[in-house]
Write a protein that binds this ligand. Structure first.
Ligand code: KQY
Length: 364
């Protein structure tokens, strides 16, 4: 594996493909951390396994597990899912597995961004994060891909979405937050995204999902379903604090053009009723550096937008909410050639993210 420091993907003719382009496989990390996953992570591991199995019906899945969890992962996951021992601080493959880029002859390389647990000492979620930060390189080594080193730029995979045709979508609340790259201006951040993702247009949504502890990653509020088309998490309830946040995104998207000069078609995806943490769930979580991780009644950042586009399916969260079915039908209409599989995801959501956050695609 070569570590490339002197060049950038766009200078070398590489671009980040959209998630709806074909995949060679998908990476997940087995959850274990007792201050993220309630009651030692038993239920979370089962939910992750269900996600892994759903994806493995149409692509090769690799699950990284710690030495302590290796036997358990191997026992829980079917034989066609590859399990490798790899240490990490937590289980968010979207955010610290490599972002993969591809050239016209089909060569794949990874990007190793800097990772600081969603804000470092400013407002990060745990310390240390050193093992997470090593994962992009370890995975590129495992998959025999050369890797661009961009560790001087803090970025999580969940904070970017691309359409594969030159457009990247991010949120201002995340990319401009004080815990990411505070020394860089918006224009300088755009320059890095252009150089590493090979895009020419950045869409800056103002906000994400209320109480999303990633400083409102884009992958929980809005996602490309095709070039020029997105789904946006939406509520009609004007008394909900989320209304103004989704509305601001809609207003922005309605006046925006993408890299090809197209107006963006926005499909509203309903949000579930607010999902809050129970006392029982809080009791099952260890404290994080003397602080309780969650408090009873706290609202979680539940959103159906946090789905994964697999080769043959859409793997989306369900919350046992009346809107589960409507959201599923909307996605089925937008992806007629893929089967929409809905997985009850409360045990993933309690960790602070959802199905998109725990997966990372490797393009073909
Ligand atoms: O991408 C994500 N949504 C990760 C959230 C991390 C939460 C840590 N408790």
């Amino acid at each position: 594996m070569e570590i490339i420091k002197a060049s950038t993907p766009s200078a070398d003719g590489f671009r980040m493909p959209a998630e709806f382009e074909p995949h060679q496989g998908c990476i997940l990390i087995f959850p274990e951390r007792a201050d993220s996953w309630q009651y030692g992570g038993y239920a979370a591991r089962r939910a992750f396994a269900e996600v892994a199995e759903a994806i493995a019906r149409s692509e090769q899945v690799t699950v990284c597990a710690s030495g302590a969890q290796y036997d358990n992962a191997r026992a829980l996951l079917p034989a066609h899912i590859r399990v490798v021992e790899m240490s990490s601080n937590d289980a968010w493959a979207r955010d610290y597995a490599p972002t993969f880029v591809k050239n016209d002859t089909g060569v794949i390389r990874g990007i190793d961004w800097g990772f600081n647990a969603w804000g470092g000492l400013h407002d990060g979620l745990y310390f240390p994060w050193d093992k997470d930060d090593q994962m992009a390189r370890k995975l590129c080594d495992l998959l025999e891909k050369d890797v661009y080193c961009k560790r001087d730029f803090i970025l999580e995979g969940g904070s970017i979405h691309v359409d594969g045709e030159g457009t990247c979508m991010v949120t201002e609340s995340c990319l401009l937050s004080g815990g990411r790259n505070p020394a860089l201006s918006r224009e300088e951040i755009e320059e890095v995204l252009r150089a590493y993702l090979n895009v020419s247009k950045i869409l800056w949504l103002p906000r994400g999902i209320y109480n999303d502890e990633t400083n409102e990653h884009v992958d929980n509020i809005c996602a490309f379903t095709a070039p020029g088309e997105v789904v946006l998490a939406w509520t009609e309830d004007r008394t909900d604090v989320q209304y103004a946040m989704s509305r601001a995104c809609l207003d922005y998207l309605e006046q925006a053009l993408d890299a090809k000069g197209r107006r963006i078609r926005v499909h509203k995806l309903p949000l579930p009723q607010p999902v809050t943490v129970t006392e029982e769930e809080c009791r099952g979580l260890d404290a994080c550096r003397d602080q309780p991780t969650r408090t009873a009644g706290e609202r979680l950042a539940a959103s159906y937008v946090n789905f994964y586009i697999a080769n043959g399916s859409i793997v989306m969260p369900g919350f046992g909410d009346p809107a589960d079915q409507a959201a599923k039908e909307i996605l089925q209409g937008l992806f007629p050639d893929r089967e929409v599989v809905q997985i009850y995801a409360r045990d993933i959501l309690i960790g602070g993210g959802n199905i998109h956050c725990i997966t990372q695609q490797v393009p073909v």
